[in-house]
Design a protein around this ligand. Structure first.
Ligand code: DSN
Length: 408
């Protein structure tokens, strides 16, 4: 119960101490630097910055003189880091960025092809269809993946030819390898398909130039969030070289989906863009080294790590089928050992998704990945007492409370 400020402080302090004592391997989270966090408390958090998509200088509210300047300058930084001629920073999340893309571009009865949740898709279009009238107007089909989470490219091409989707959305929340966007450009031109890339998970890798930029590969639109492998504040954005699409997306964002676009995110995002310009490449390289090292260390201990024949992963995450050791999704069990990661049991066998962004920012390298693999083995294979493992996790993470690849 909250009666005084002290009650809030106590709860927050408990949260902070708890998270400090856990090993965070959630691929969709990261730890922003104190500098980036500091900008979130700026005056912009209490202001409105709504604007006219065709003329951002035409702001609905007064008092926006410097807000406009900050937002436009941040757009320029995004163009520098991600490429693309047009940027929209108004989505307050990657999910909302995707909704604006889908709702802005589609006409009733148009078909979208995306990745199903069971294949570690983002669950963008299919869940939108739970709003009953969208269920009647948007059709969705799903790409096909094999047991190694590898996309069936030929099947997708066949689907595109037969079903004539308006939009194909690449990118998911379990991306192990770059998708074949370039291979689809010609077909997309022939069939009039718009290619979008949901980069939510890999924005940090793209910014660090260790993952192909989908816009360079031929995607019409890149959208995503700013807080997963990209260590910024929570939020979303859209980038494209196509003015026509950006106008449709912008006009859907505002006024339909967003009025206040939570402006305090903007200077915080700008600071994290500067941080990534300076440290992003080294950070990205270490993330991938860590993911590969962790995958190998887990495979060596008997785990079925997906993607073995392609070297397990080229991103910030790995996927592990743990069906041989548990008969339910093991996320809650792992949390008892203070190991945080995502799990999924919507397919045939339970899987865990293990992400390396935050541990990389905390300064862990390949040798620490080996220790982490051992922790997973102790819980899932050896079935050791989770309380004992938790004690060891606490002692381990206590040594990694600093932040690397960050402004100090
Ligand atoms: N899609 C969810 C995840 O990857 O964890 C959240 O964005």
């Amino acid at each position: 119960m909250i009666k005084t400020l002290k009650d809030i402080d106590n709860l927050l302090e408990k949260h902070i101490e708890y998270r400090k004592s856990c090993l965070n391997l959630i691929a969709s989270e990261n730890y922003s630097s104190d500098i980036v966090r500091g900008y979130l408390t700026s005056d912009l958090g209490n202001r409105y910055g709504c604007y006219d998509t065709s003329d951002p200088s035409n702001r609905e509210y007064t008092g926006n003189k410097y807000i406009h300047e900050i937002e436009m300058a941040t757009q320029e930084l995004v163009k520098e880091v991600f490429g693309g001629k047009y940027v929209d920073l108004r989505p307050i999340s990657g999910h909302m960025a995707g909704m604006a893309v889908v709702l802005g571009i589609l006409e009733p009865d148009d078909l979208v092809i995306e990745i199903h949740l069971k294949d570690w898709g983002h669950g963008l279009v299919d869940p939108m269809r739970q709003i009953s009238h969208l269920g009647k107007t948007i059709r969705v089909e799903f790409m096909r993946f094999d047991e190694n989470n590898e996309l069936d490219v030929e099947y997708l091409k066949k689907m595109a030819r037969e079903l004539r989707p308006k939009l194909i959305i690449f990118g998911g929340s379990g991306t192990l390898f770059p998708e074949p966007v370039r291979e689809f450009r010609e077909l997309a031109d022939e069939l009039g398909i718009i290619l979008a890339y949901d980069a939510s998970h890999v924005t940090g890798l793209i910014a660090g130039r260790v993952f192909p930029n989908p816009l360079d590969e031929g995607a019409d639109i890149l959208f995503g969030s700013t807080h997963k492998s990209f260590p910024g504040p929570q939020g979303g954005f859209v980038v494209s070289n196509r003015k026509d699409l950006m106008e449709k997306i912008g006009n859907t964002l505002s006024p339909s989906l967003v009025t206040s676009h939570h402006l305090n995110r903007i200077p915080a995002f700008a600071a994290s863009l500067l941080e990534m310009k300076e440290f992003g490449h080294e950070y990205g390289k270490q993330i991938i080294k860590n993911s590969k090292a962790l995958a190998e260390a887990m495979a060596k201990r008997g785990f079925n790590v997906l993607g073995a024949k392609r070297g397990y992963t080229e991103t910030h995450l790995l996927l592990v089928d743990v069906g041989e050791y548990v008969d339910q999704a093991p996320g809650k069990l792992l949390e008892k050992a203070k190991i945080l990661c995502s799990d999924d049991f919507s397919g045939a066998s339970p899987q865990i998704r293990v992400g390396t962004p935050e541990v990389t920012r905390r300064g862990m390298k390949e040798v620490e990945m080996d220790y982490i693999a051992e922790l997973f083995k102790r819980v899932l294979i050896d079935k050791e007492d989770v309380n004992q493992v938790a004690k060891d996790v606490e002692a381990f993470v206590a040594k990694y409370q600093d932040l690397e690849f960050a402004f100090k």
